[in-house]
Design a protein. Structure first.
Length: 216
């Protein structure tokens, strides 16, 4: 699958040149004419890198960066600002709102491609770390749930044994089938609790209603 790049540039010729350059280098490219248009594009397009001009009408690159970096969905997206501003003050301003890199116009093609490759590597690494942290959190949550269920379950097992013994003494053999069903259910719960407390590689199952559940 091709890595996705979004170009946000109001100058038609520059936008065309950048799109052709990145497409020829095997990227899946989408374009937007300004920051507001980019927000609409991003509803159906999830890039690893966004390449945005600083100076644009409606919503400029820096304002777009500030909005996206505050959104969990795009927080890890590598954001490169294209600008004619080369001063330290301008770079600091950009970094303060979350820009990851700057390229001063006119941009040299090979440098642009190198920065994009670097951005994709950083995105992939950050995403991998986030997935590891997410899996760790799922494991910890599953173990906690398992331990919390295990204590009352142990009490239930002991109580069922006592009830079974008392019913045997009283000759209540007509309840044997019911007790067997209860014991089978308890055994299934015990198996589930054991799987939760020994969970190592959790997987998420997606359901049609967009809900998710841990697969043990």
């Amino acid at each position: 699958m091709k890595d996705k790049i979004l170009i946000v540039e109001d100058e038609k010729e520059t936008r065309f040149i950048l799109e052709k350059l990145l497409s020829r280098n095997n990227y899946d490219v989408a374009t937007a004419v300004d920051g507001q248009n980019a927000i609409e594009v991003l509803k159906d397009f999830a890039p690893k890198v966004i390449l945005a001009d600083w100076t644009m009408p409606v919503l400029d690159g820096l304002a777009l960066c500030n909005i996206l970096k505050g959104d969990d969905k795009f927080k890890l997206t590598y954001f490169i600002i294209l600008t004619a501003r080369a001063s330290l003050k301008d770079r600091i301003m950009g970094l303060d709102v979350g820009a990851d890199d700057f390229l001063v116009k006119p941009v040299e093609n090979q440098e642009l491609l190198a920065r994009i490759r670097s951005g994709i590597r950083i995105y992939n690494l950050q995403n991998e770390v986030r997935n590891i942290e997410h899996s760790k959190a799922l494991i910890e949550m599953a173990c906690t749930i398992g331990h919390n269920i295990n204590n009352p379950l142990s009490s239930l097992v002991l109580s069922m044994k006592n009830i079974e013994q008392e019913l045997t003494k009283l000759g209540k053999n007509n309840l044997v089938e019911d007790l067997s069903n209860v014991n089978q259910s308890v055994e299934r719960i015990k198996k589930f609790v054991n799987e939760l407390t020994h969970l190592q590689n959790p997987e998420m199952i997606n359901y049609s209603d967009e809900s998710k559940m841990i697969k043990t």
